[in-house]
Write a protein that binds this ligand. Structure first.
Ligand SMILES: [Zn+2]
Length: 56
């Protein structure tokens, strides 16, 4: 199985993006940016974004 090993910019843990997952195509397109979050951090960030929207 193909995967990329990247570092989560939030918690600095290494995690893998597997071929066919939601992040994989995104990773290939945005290779240079280097901003990737692991499952738990992306979940947290998404929740925070929702809370920010609700606060407005
Ligand atoms: Zn993380």
């Amino acid at each position: 199985m193909l995967f990329y090993e990247v570092e989560c910019f939030c918690c600095k843990k290494k995690f893998r993006i597997y071929e066919g997952s939601a992040g994989y195509a995104n990773f290939k397109e945005n290779n240079q940016r280097g901003k990737y979050t692991c499952e738990s951090c992306s979940h947290t960030i998404r929740l925070e974004a929702i809370f920010n929207l609700l606060r407005k």
